[in-house]
Ligand binder design. Structure first.
Ligand SMILES: C[S@@+](CC[C@H](N)C(=O)[O-])C[C@H]1O[C@@H](n2cnc3c(N)ncnc32)[C@H](O)[C@@H]1O
Length: 406
């Protein structure tokens, strides 16, 4: 397979990755559940093995020497090439996200060379990542981000802040969703009917706030002074859910006629419980940059449930990084701890999943990932190379409309 030139991670000595890996892993090790950590380690070992199998030209001894520190820190030894995306032909592409597809491909590859003693030895004790592993890993990651103050201040409303501190591509997606909701439900809003939103993966309230803000703002421009809105925001990270309670107070005080209900739960479990209790309850289900923390089967189950809890004409709004379209996923996101526990989707896959769940779908492209975000994790020169090598930086917003009579 032809490899593009000059991509950051392509240096065979692994120097570029090493620092980031050790940073990511050191963050996790004190808190990560032991069993998840062991699985991660196993998968990395297998992937690294496969990488060297496919790269006999690479002498790994220098790399091993550089690993001294990591090996000392992590008893059983950690490999540097944390994720190698196995292509069907056994070729590898460097990547870190431990997505189902990756591990399945690695397994298929290893079984094709199962007469190798080394491969069999590596396979001993291998267990694939489960839904819960992915969830507990991303929960830990968000804990880290929140505690490091990278997720914004829950005591401040975004639209009142003078200095912009949010993540631009996520904010663009959230703004798009808010405006689209007003546009779709104008008549209802004008009539004073309640708009009911279920926001999955609430975080620090960015999506909830943008939706309320834009519905309120657009209604004001049309001389509708108040809105009638109920937003249920579901967040599984305890610390972030606590922060959302503060946001709720601020939002309800600022936007008359809006009620926010914070639910501290796993969004997949919550929406399936909702479906069991009440059908056709919401006008909108929004999930902004949260669905990529679910495995593919879980995404599908969530979309089926979203279809059930939506009213006729309701919208499922899904924003996420665009796998395969935005090269930056493979480079930046997968080098961060959040990206380690992610399963990205392309907009085509998202559209297809929405349609399989019964929705009529369309796709919009949202804002680019910008270099400022990357440079929080890497040096400016690394960031520059990375940005130069990305052909398309955009994420997607996919909207599914529940339209059963179609
Ligand atoms: C990138 S943040 C986006 C937050 C918010 N939607 C926004 O746009 O500002 C994703 C959030 O989803 C949450 N999340 C991920 N998986 C979840 C799950 N299974 N259940 C509930 N929350 C989840 C994370 O904890 C995190 O706060």
């Amino acid at each position: 397979m032809e490899k593009p030139e000059n991509i950051l991670w392509q240096s065979p000595d692994g120097k570029d990755h090493l620092e980031i890996y050790s940073r990511v892993l050191q963050r996790h090790v004190p808190t990560m559940e032991d069993s998840v950590y062991r699985k991660l380690e196993k998968i990395y070992s297998i992937m690294s093995f496969a990488y060297f199998q496919n790269r006999p030209e690479i002498d790994s001894s220098e790399l091993d020497a550089q690993l001294g520190d990591l090996h000392d820190n992590f008893e059983t030894g950690m490999f540097p090439l944390k994720g190698e995306y196995m292509m069907n032909d056994g070729e590898c592409e460097l990547r870190n996200a431990l997505i189902e597809g990756d591990t399945n491909r690695v397994m298929a590859y290893l079984s094709s060379i199962s007469d190798s003693d080394a491969a069999n030895k590596l396979l001993e004790g291998y267990e694939p990542f489960t839904s819960d592993d992915l969830k507990s890993g991303s929960n830990e990651s968000f804990d880290f981000w929140a505690k490091a103050g990278k997720l914004g201040d829950p005591n401040k409303l975004r639209f009142e802040e003078e200095e912009k501190t949010g993540v631009p591509h996520i904010e663009t997606a959230n703004d798009y969703m808010g405006k689209q909701i007003y546009h779709t439900f104008q008549e209802k809003i004008k009539d004073g009917d309640e708009i009911r939103v279920l926001d999955l993966g609430g975080g620090t309230g960015g999506t909830t706030e943008a939706i309320i803000h834009w519905v309120y703002e657009c209604a004001k421009r049309e001389n509708m002074p108040s809105i009638n809105m109920h937003v249920e925001t579901v967040e599984f990270n305890d610390g972030l859910a606590k922060g959302l309670e503060t946001k709720k107070e601020l939002l309800e005080a600022k936007y008359s006629g809006c009620r926010v209900n914070v639910v501290n739960a796993d969004m997949q479990t919550y929406i399936s419980e909702k479906t069991a209790l009440t059908l056709d309850d919401f006008d909108v289900v929004s999930a902004s940059y949260s669905i990529h923390h679910l495995l593919n089967d879980d995404k599908k189950e969530l979309l089926d449930n979203a279809y059930s809890v939506l009213k006729e004409g309701g919208l499922m709004m899904w924003a996420d990084p665009n796998e395969g379209k935005s090269d930056i996923n493979k480079s930046f996101f997968n080098l961060t701890d959040e990206g380690t526990f992610a399963s990205f989707t392309s907009h085509e896959q998202a559209k297809q999943m929405l349609e399989e769940a019964g929705f009529i779908s369309h796709v919009a492209s949202d804002a680019p990932y910008i270099s400022e975000i990357c440079s929080e994790f890497m040096s400016q020169s690394e960031t520059d190379i990375l940005m130069d090598n990305c052909h398309n930086h955009n994420g997607f917003v996919c909207i599914g409309v529940k339209c059963s009579s179609a």
